[in-house]
Design a protein around this ligand. Structure first.
Ligand code: TXE
Length: 500
């Protein structure tokens, strides 16, 4: 299957793929300093889509210098909040207007369904820009009625706080939601008056670059948003750069720890959204008509390449057989195919590397004695497709139960009593998300309080909203993105005290 043979590709997508893509630095599209490029591929076919500029440390340095100028001296620094609001809102509107183009480009670069990429990834990215556009005019300090115990009797003071931008923000995003993670990072940062240098994942750089064109079209001053495509070394250069004031990262826990080490030099602020191995707890009194499809969505959405994926499925023992077979049955009916086929529900893994990684976990699970009720192997003989896989007979210590697989694989385990389930659900180094299914509202809230997770969903899964903070307990991260808390990540408080 070639690009030409798939469903109709929008003329603008073809045009975008028709030339090598460059870096966005200081409002200009430029080649990398080395002149080198790297390829990006369609994971449904393994076919090359286009070449992208290979940014490295020198390019990061140029981008940081541009972001610094824009922050200190550019019009951005003097712009009124409502002017920032209008520019950011315009990006949301442009995304909505071009949602079909973004959806197709994301489908080609990442493998996900074009329809989902249009509605969920692009639609939500537009919502994120509009939500944070509104925040531009709502960032407030406070006045404080100070006592000043050591001041002379009768003296008076006017004390207040200002919330100011942090400065130049380095942002490093992964490949599972390339456009959406870019929006989550850039929108709150610029709403708060910062400037950014963003590095997309090497597997999926294209939609971030197309988004870069929208900042130009919306009328942003040069240097406010800079985009440097490249590999991990470019990310490392951002994390270590002495003129970057903050680094925000979404990706593996392993690299998250490297970011923390790299940030030590100038003690830049760090926020991290890392891996997960989230428990999804199904009690016997759950409404199975919603719990079965909901639990399927919990681990299969985005082909399992979701940090929140509910990949440890704990089912109360009295319904374990019935429930796991129902989930396996539903999984076996999922339509697998390329993202550009409108009937596709499950696309390929993003890369050969990710395909190999998931395949290794399938072998390890079977070697550890687990049994696949459905799936357990590659699908087809082209592209990086894996069958949805439901494992039972899983040992709690085996790698399929403990480690993040990041593929369409769930490990189901039975539990026998409400009071014990939180302990097994919390038995993980991660704490990103959790699901609970029950008709008993008290049991649901009791369990929600016991689970060590940044997001808990009751009788639903993947229930995100731009206004709800998102992030992890334990090794799933530092800080919270989305909602008002993201404005906290991108501002710092200054205390001002005036003797009257
Ligand atoms: O992630 P990396 P990978 C998990 C998931 C997946 C595994 C590996 O389990 O199977 O991580 O994926 C940049 N300094 N998640 O290898 O390497 C890299 O270029 C600075 C969970 O793709 O963490 C990319 O832009 N940056 C996750 C980004 O980090 C570095 C999403 C993420 O890549 C760097 C993705 C370095 N030293 C994977 N090395 C989630 N939380 O949603 C690499 N990068």
């Amino acid at each position: 299957m070639t690009l030409a043979a798939t469903a109709p590709v929008h003329a603008d997508v073809r045009e975008f793929l028709g030339r090598n893509r460059q870096l966005l630095i200081d409002g200009e599209w430029v080649d990398s300093a080395s002149g080198r490029t790297f390829p990006t591929y369609d994971p449904a076919t393994g076919e090359k889509l286009t070449e992208v500029a290979h940014g490295q440390a020198e390019d990061v340095h140029r981008a940081v210098a541009a972001a610094r100028r824009a922050f200190e001296d550019g019009p951005w620094a003097r712009m009124k909040p409502n002017q920032r609001e209008q520019l950011i809102w315009r990006v949301g509107d442009l995304l909505t207007a071009k949602a079909e183009i973004f959806g197709q480009l994301e489908a080609l670069d990442n493998g996900k369904s074009a329809g989902i990429a249009q509605v969920v990834d692009t639609g939500w990215a537009a919502d994120v820009f509009r939500y944070y556009a509104g925040w531009s005019t709502k960032i407030e300090g406070s006045t404080v009625d100070v006592s000043m115990p050591f001041a002379p009797e009768g003296s008076q003071f006017h004390a207040y706080t200002l919330r100011e931008p942090v400065g130049v923000c380095g942002q490093i995003v992964p490949w599972n939601f390339p456009l959406l993670m870019t929006a989550w990072k850039i929108a709150p940062a610029i709403a708060a008056g910062n400037t950014v240098v963003l590095k997309p994942a090497e597997q999926t750089p294209l939609t971030a670059l197309l988004l870069g064109e929208l900042f130009e079209e919306a009328g942003f001053p040069p240097g406010v948003v800079n985009i440097v495509t490249g590999y991990g070394d470019a990310g490392a250069a951002i994390a270590a750069h002495d003129d970057v004031d903050k680094v925000a990262f979404t990706g593996s826990t392993e690299v998250g720890k490297l970011i923390v080490d790299a940030a030590r030099g100038n003690l830049k602020k760090v926020s991290l959204e890392l891996g997960g191995k989230s428990p999804n707890v199904v009690f016997a009194d759950a409404d199975l008509d919603i719990a079965v499809p909901g639990s399927l969505n919990a681990w299969l959405f985005n082909h399992g390449q979701c940090c929140v994926a509910g990949t440890r499925l704990y089912v109360e023992d009295t319904i374990f057989e019935e429930f796991t077979h129902a989930v396996a049955d539903a999984a076996s009916q999922v339509k697998i195919g390329p993202g550009l086929d409108p009937s596709t529900q499950l696309g390929p893994m993003v890369s050969q590397e990710q395909f190999d990684r998931v395949s290794r976990y399938l072998s390890e699970g079977i070697a550890d004695g687990a049994r696949a009720l459905t799936g357990g192997k590659r699908w087809g003989d082209e592209g990086y497709f894996i069958e949805p896989t439901v494992f039972v007979d899983c040992k709690p210590e085996s790698s399929i139960v403990r480690e993040e697989i990041f593929g369409p694989v769930v490990a189901a385990l039975p539990f026998s009593a409400e009071h014990g389930v939180a302990a097994v659900a919390n038995d993980s180094e991660y704490g990103l998300a959790a699901g609970i299914w029950t008709r008993d509202i008290s049991k649901a809230h009791r369990t929600a309080r016991q689970l060590k997770a940044g997001s808990v969903w009751i009788n639903q899964y993947n229930g995100f909203d731009t206004a709800m903070p998102f992030g992890g307990f334990k090794q799933s991260g530092w800080g919270r993105e989305l909602g008002a808390e993201a404005i906290g990540l991108y501002t710092q408080t200054k205390s001002v005290n005036v003797a009257l």
